[in-house]
Ligand binder design. Structure first.
Ligand SMILES: *[C@@H]1O[C@H](CO)[C@@H](O)[C@H](O)[C@H]1NC(C)=O
Ligand SMILES: *[C@@H]1O[C@H](CO)[C@@H](O)[C@H](O)[C@H]1NC(C)=O
Length: 482
């Protein structure tokens, strides 16, 4: 075989691989659409159920192919209208939840290969986001904390990652960030937060007290920006601001400046028969011993003010650290670590909270009682453990304790599901959490449903992109040279 025909064979194979992988990455939710839809829109008929249970290989293959093609054509050709249900139905809540993207940084010492990985990973995550948003047209998008991979970075690196997060992954406007930087930079023209000023303002509000005037609440906000048709929600994770033993004024002020508030609520449809709300809670600033205990004080103040609202609707609680549960229910068991008494590296951190897998049992009970005191159903979404998990918190109102279990327990009068959203990172298969809220008129209550839509390992995405680049360079070359 001559050089030319060998090259042709190789490039033809690469082209075939490229076509298949590209079709796959752009249509992956269609491969198993049942997991990648809002609730109900895809429920199986009895006929389909029969095929899956009793059908032969051929019948099954035909069924899956047909389902795939049907879904693809639906994505391509049908107009997506989020309010397509009956006019007098309460519009559904459609929320996408992305777990722990943890984007890494590149430094002077970072090898070229790792830089390329990090660069590609941003676009891999962005591909998942784009695909799911254009497929599902959500009303809300939440990123469950641990946006970045490290709390030990300087302001300039924090800013640079924020720009990547905004522009490459979530395709948002960076002009606001750029104008923030113009007013907050050092002599080298790098972003630097004025945490001293932020801290003075923070402490002034805190000390004026009772109730502290932090403007925690919003109502009926459907997007923060005019050109967006969903509400975008950032959450604090331990990698963004640290665990409470680490959180400094610098950490919290730059998060607040670039990502917005760490504690807030948004109430919807307050004067109707179907009120509901979103609660965003900074769970890394709930328990200590903390480096700056005043941060915990303000998070608790937030919870007390929330409680005082006497809100009468359903709650979607978004927070990074999962609630207390015994070993074995989820991938992470309970664990607390503290800095040693004599910690040479940073002596001022002696005995402070170094890390936690869950909130403690006591804090979990207190938080759940403050938020779910109105006996209305709700759902809790958390991040942190990467593996994903679903647990039911069962309340015993005689002692005010909540017990986590796999199921609804007898003799408990309220149960709320906690979903630990499986990470969107490549090694966890690039998941998207899909939350549907439906108001059930018959019982006068909101009902919440969750499913997780996986993509695949990042390698598939890489193969699709790299073969596409190779082919588009190689074909013209081959035709010219030979
Ligand atoms: C952040 O990006 C700017 C502009 O690209 C660069 O000058 C600066 O060195 C970066 N900061 C860090 C810490 O790498
Ligand atoms: C969330 O963070 C992004 C990135 O900085 C920002 O564009 C957006 O406005 C933030 N959301 C809020 C509510 O501040």
């Amino acid at each position: 075989m001559g050089g030319k025909s060998a090259a042709k064979v190789i490039i033809t194979v690469a082209t075939i691989v490229s076509i298949i992988t590209n079709i796959y990455i752009y249509t992956y939710p269609s491969v198993d659409p049942t997991k990648c839809f809002w609730r109900c829109k895809s429920s199986m008929t009895e006929y389909e159920q029969d095929i899956l249970e009793q059908g032969g290989q051929l019948e099954k293959a035909a069924y899956f192919t047909k389902r795939y093609l049907k879904d693809v054509s639906k994505q391509l050709f049908s107009k997506k209208d989020r309010l397509s249900n009956d006019d007098d139905d309460v519009p559904e809540v459609h929320m996408l939840a992305f777990g722990d993207p943890q984007i890494k940084g590149t430094f002077k010492s970072t090898p070229y290969r790792t830089r390329l990985d990090t660069f590609g990973n941003d676009y891999f995550l962005g591909h998942i986001f784009d695909t799911m948003v254009s497929r599902l047209n959500p009303t809300h998008v939440a990123v469950m904390g641990d946006l970045f991979s490290s709390q030990w970075i300087g302001d300039s690196e924090f800013y640079n990652r924020t720009i990547r997060y905004v522009s490459r992954i979530f395709k948002r406007d960076v002009s606001l960030l750029e104008s923030i930087k113009e007013n907050n930079k050092n002599a080298n023209n790098e972003y630097q937060v004025d945490w001293d000023l932020w801290g003075k303002n923070f402490n002034q509000i805190r000390k004026e007290g009772s109730p502290m005037n932090f403007d925690f609440g919003y109502s009926d906000v459907h997007s923060w920006e005019d050109n967006e048709n969903y509400l975008f929600i950032n959450l604090t994770g331990n990698h963004d601001i640290g665990y409470s033993g680490d959180i400094t004024y610098q950490h919290l002020s730059r998060y607040n400046q670039l990502f917005g508030k760490d504690n807030y609520w948004v109430e919807y449809d307050l004067d109707t028969d179907h009120p509901w709300r979103i609660v965003v809670l900074n769970s890394v600033a709930l328990e200590g011993p903390a480096l700056q205990p005043e941060f915990l004080e303000v998070t608790w103040e937030f919870l007390y003010q929330l409680f005082e609202r006497r809100f009468n609707g359903s709650t979607v609680l978004l927070t990074h650290v999962p609630f207390y549960k015994r070993e074995g229910l989820c991938s992470d068991g309970p664990e607390f670590r503290f800095y040693p008494e004599a910690y040479e590296k940073e002596p001022y951190k002696s005995n402070l909270l170094r890390s936690q897998n869950h909130l403690s049992e006591d804090v979990s009970n207190r938080v759940l009682n403050l938020i779910f005191d109105n006996d209305k159903p709700g759902i809790i979404l958390t991040g942190h453990d990467h593996e994903g998990c679903e647990t039911i918190y069962n309340r015993n109102s005689t002692n005010g304790k909540w017990v986590a279990a796999n199921t609804i327990l007898n003799n408990h009068d309220l149960n709320i599901k906690e979903v630990t959203v499986k990470s969107m990172m490549g090694q966890y298969e690039g998941n998207t959490g899909i939350v549907t809220g439906q108001f059930n008129k018959k019982i006068g209550k909101w009902q919440w449903y969750y499913t997780v839509c996986p993509f695949n390992h990042e390698h598939v995405w890489w193969v699709a992109k790299v073969t596409a680049i190779i082919c588009s360079l190689a074909w013209p070359l081959l035709l010219l040279v030979f």
